[in-house]
Write a protein that binds this ligand. Structure first.
Ligand SMILES: Nc1ncnc2c1ncn2[C@@H]1O[C@H](COP(=O)(O)OP(=O)(O)O)[C@@H](O)[C@H]1O
Ligand SMILES: [Mg+2]
Length: 161
């Protein structure tokens, strides 16, 4: 019964309850990278994550914001975060948006070691790091903006169950 299972999936998705949200817009300068990761980590702290989970989150936010500063030619970076709860799981979803040039080839950009700035000693591992430190990652070019990176980290006790 394909229709029923589709409906069941939609119902499951709608069970996610948003408990808190924040928006932060910053000048796209490297001095704001540490502020951005610390601010998101402090917000996530409301869900009582482990030290490892917070460190993973900080690393991923750092990589995303650094990319905006280094690659996008944007003036500002918009960070939006939501704390959510779904069944026995809870976690944080974060979008990092810039208003710059966008990514020419997203599939290539996501490949390990791919960088368009090898001359500036970029490793090409930013997206790979984000992928491995978070539970999900999605990247797209926006209509009214440059690039949107959306990431989720699950803090629930039943993680992986
Ligand atoms: N916000 C962005 N705007 C434009 N291009 C980006 C952005 N983020 C990433 N890119 C592109 O994706 C490539 C891969 O990014 P990443 O994996 O972080 O490696 P690195 O930053 O070391 O180059 C970058 O070299 C760049 O071409
Ligand atoms: Mg990078």
């Amino acid at each position: 019964m394909p229709n029923q299972s589709k409906g069941a999936k939609t119902m499951k998705e709608t069970k996610r309850e948003i408990m808190n949200s924040m928006r932060l817009e910053l000048d796209a300068v490297s001095s704001n990278e540490s502020f951005a990761r610390t601010a998101v980590a402090a917000f996530a702290g409301q869900l009582d994550p482990t030290v490892d989970q917070i460190n993973d989150l900080k690393t991923a936010i750092s990589e995303a914001v650094t990319n905006c500063v280094v690659h996008s030619s944007t003036k500002s970076v918009l960070i939006e975060a939501k704390l959510w709860r779904e069944s026995k799981k809870q976690g944080i979803s974060v979008t990092v948006t810039d208003f710059g040039i966008g990514i020419a080839n997203i599939d290539k950009a996501l490949e390990p070691f791919y960088t368009t700035k090898p001359d500036q000693e970029r490793s090409g591992m930013g997206f790979t790091v984000m992928q491995s430190f978070m539970d999900s990652l999605a990247v797209c070019n926006g209509v009214d903006c440059g690039t949107v990176v959306e990431m989720t980290k699950v803090f629930g006790t039943n993680r992986g169950a």
